[in-house]
Ligand binder design. Structure first.
Ligand code: COA
Length: 245
């Protein structure tokens, strides 16, 4: 697997929160070993356990992208990184290098993956296919979102716009709960997102100063949240260079 990685370390030092995103390519059987090369045995086993091939390919792409990205910032081979999970499952590095407080997060849907990196700031990322709006019932917002978010969505006459706004909120809220590391154990209705200002309205959670960003990448939405306001969000779309003969 070959990636045209940008100068990640420099960007991070210059106070960017960097999101790297990659389209998920189907993996030909002959390519499987090479694509899995950066993964550890447990990750390979998890990849094999997916029922749908597309989930398997996305998982491999996300974890390979993360490992290559880490190696672009700190000295070490992609296959050598070891991770541990926080209390709610958020992975972090075992034995992080001294002096460079690197935090990261990853997200995968079937057709696109994303990895976010930041220095000294907690970061969360989410990627969803736009066509997920067709499958998700925005009525979920009444049950899960903050009352002001649900009311705004309900008031939208235009169904297409309502579904689009729903997915924008959904991805940003997921990025937030992934930045805190509490995941879905943190109620989605405990804070609300202001889509116009791209900020969190949440007096009780100290998330009001967080930096949020969102990009439409082809047929996907990518959202990032970082708990430090002075970082510039950058989204880098990768090309995966696969040598196919
Ligand atoms: C984190 C969570 C929101 C992910 O949602 P998702 O949209 O289905 O999945 P995404 O593709 O965006 O993200 C998955 C990745 O997030 C990371 N992740 C896992 N738990 C996380 C957490 N608590 N916070 C941040 N990131 C987390 C992992 O890298 C995971 O990838 P992997 O499963 O391939 O290793 C959801 O799975 C969750 O809440 N998990 C925690 C469940 C929990 O509370 N467990 C209690 C354990 S005691």
């Amino acid at each position: 697997m070959n990636l045209d990685l940008p100068p990640l370390r420099r960007w991070l030092i210059e106070r960017a929160v960097v999101v790297l995103s990659l389209a998920v390519d189907p993996v030909l059987p002959a390519e499987w070993e090479a694509r899995c090369a950066p993964l550890n045995p447990a990750e390979r086993e998890r990849a094999q356990a997916f029922y749908f091939e597309s989930d398997r390919h996305a998982y491999v792409a996300a974890h390979a992208l993360l490992r290559h990205s880490l190696s672009a910032v700190i000295p070490g081979e992609p296959a050598d990184w070891r991770f541990m999970a926080g209390p709610f499952g958020k992975p972090r590095l075992i034995d992080p290098p001294p002096g460079l407080d690197l935090r990261f997060n990853l997200s995968h849907c079937r057709s696109r993956v994303a990895v976010a990196l930041a220095l000294r700031a907690e970061v969360g990322v989410d990627v969803e296919a736009l066509d997920r709006t067709a499958r998700l019932d925005p009525g979920i917002a009444d049950a899960c979102f903050a009352p002001d978010e649900a009311a705004t969505l309900r008031a939208m006459g235009d169904e297409v716009l309502r579904r689009e706004q729903f997915l924008r909120l959904w991805t940003l809220k997921e990025a937030c709960i992934k930045a805190t590391g509490r995941g879905l154990s943190q109620p989605l209705n405990a804070f609300s997102i202001d889509l116009d200002r791209l900020s969190v309205r949440s007096p009780q959670l100290a998330m009001i100063h967080w930096r949020l960003a969102q990009w439409q990448v082809g047929e996907h939405l990518v959202a990032v949240a970082v708990d430090w306001p002075y970082l510039t969000p950058v989204c880098f779309i990768h090309r995966l260079l696969v040598n196919r003969h």
